[in-house]
Design a protein around this ligand. Structure first.
Ligand code: MG
Length: 422
């Protein structure tokens, strides 16, 4: 049998786990778009990257303490404005209609007595890691699927008839040790177990014994991994429920690999097991902000983001050879560019490449609202695969980059900035 374990309202539950006064009341965790990195003053940003599997992005955090007023409230021309969105709400808050991704101001109108706490990603990552280590001791084959979700394969470990009791003990022990409520789905197939967790929530356990009967009336949107495009395609063929999908085998098989994979997952015949953490394939960050028309400022922000990515690249000791930049504009237009450079990575090289790319693709007199940067196609550090022409220069830049890394690891990511960031 497979288990799927999902922490209920994770960020909100994590806050309640460390502060008992938050338990049993409407409360939520909120977040503002993370624009701290662009501030010119030192924010003592640090990177938390020890969870460095591909399943969860590294987070930047600042040790500055945040209060509701300092984090969510802006004063613009004498007016007090509450910014930010809800990232996780307790079930008591959900009872008043508060939902994830709702603006904090709107949520507070629905639920004025609700307590909203600024997000502490470091706490959530630390708790998630502890829970993962605990789970590894309990279940030999366990996969961390996201920051708050785990799959366990109990075959050869717990007899099918004992799985429900095993899950109940696990749920109780996690509550006792971590003060975290989890819901657990149980099924013979991995993705059905994940679906069952939704039925189990909150703080429940649900075992699927008859997959066909269970999926019959569940809408396709509820199944993990059916994207908007696929949903539309299915609806064009009048497939609205998983039961209907299961009866459309021939159609799904005509859609080749993604269709076949989905069919197998929905019918519980995928035979997919627990996957180990795949190695990271790319490193990227994006930021959304109010439109910026000043090209210099956009360029400066790209440089700041480049510093953050460089830091991650060097911490993970990879050498990317593919560089990507995308800019979204206020009028809906977007431009993007990918370049390949078979060179030894350094922050200086990366920033030079980005400045060139930016000058090539930037649209004049248009407000940039989002920047996305990523690097990928890692080569090992074998220099043979890299260009020899610039190797001397690249090596010098690389050495300097490594020295900067050492200082940043000690004193924070923003202790050193290059001239083009200022
Ligand atoms: Mg969850």
């Amino acid at each position: 049998m497979f288990l799927h374990i999902d922490i209920d309202a994770f960020f909100a539950s994590a806050e309640s786990a460390v502060d008992k006064s938050l338990r049993g009341i409407p409360m939520a965790v909120g977040s503002r778009s993370n624009l701290e990195i662009f501030e010119r003053a030192r924010s003592n940003t640090q990177l938390m990257n020890d969870n460095s599997g591909a399943f969860v992005a590294p987070v930047f955090y600042s040790e500055r303490s945040k209060t509701f007023e300092s984090y969510f409230v802006d004063h613009i021309g004498g007016e007090r404005k509450i910014r930010g969105i809800i990232t996780s709400a307790s079930y008591e808050a959900r009872a008043c209609g508060v939902k994830t991704a709702m603006p904090v101001s709107q949520a507070l109108q629905l639920c004025p007595q609700m307590i909203v706490i600024p997000s502490h990603y470091r706490l959530y990552h630390t708790m998630s890691q502890r829970l993962y280590r605990f789970m590894q001791r309990k279940i030999p084959h366990v996969e961390q699927y996201s920051i708050d979700e785990f799959f366990g394969d109990l075959k050869g470990w717990v007899a099918d008839k004992d799985v429900y009791a095993f899950a109940r003990d696990l749920q109780e022990e996690i509550m006792a040790r971590f003060s975290l409520p989890v819901s657990i789905g149980i099924a013979q197939a991995k993705w059905i177990a994940k679906l069952a967790t939704e039925t189990a929530k909150p703080y429940g356990i649900y075992q699927v014994d008859d997959i066909d009967a269970y999926i019959e009336h569940i809408p396709i949107e509820a199944f993990p991994g059916i994207g908007k495009g696929f949903q539309k395609r299915l609806k064009e063929h009048h497939i609205r429920t998983l039961g209907e999908l299961k009866r459309s085998r021939a159609l799904l098989y005509r859609w080749k690999k993604p269709g076949i994979q989905l069919y197998k997952r929905v019918s519980g015949t995928d035979e997919e097991g627990i996957s180990l953490r795949p190695p990271r394939k790319s490193i990227g960050i994006s930021r959304t902000f109010d439109a910026i028309y000043d090209r210099e400022e956009v360029r400066r922000r790209i440089m700041v983001m480049a510093r953050n990515i460089s830091y991650m690249v060097q911490q993970l000791k990879v050498n990317p050879t593919s560089y990507y930049l995308k800019i979204n504009y206020a009028d809906g237009r977007k431009v993007k560019k990918t370049e390949t450079h078979l060179r030894l990575f350094s922050e200086m090289l990366y920033k030079k490449i980005l400045i060139n790319m930016y000058d090539m693709i930037a649209i004049e007199k248009n407000g940039a609202i989002k920047l996305s940067l990523s690097v990928s196609h890692f080569t090992s550090q074998h220099r043979k695969t890299l260009s020899l022409l610039e190797l001397d220069r690249d090596l010098a830049a690389h050495t300097l980059s490594c020295q900067m890394q050492y200082i940043r690891e000690k004193f924070g990511l923003d202790i050193i900035k290059t001239a083009n960031e200022i």
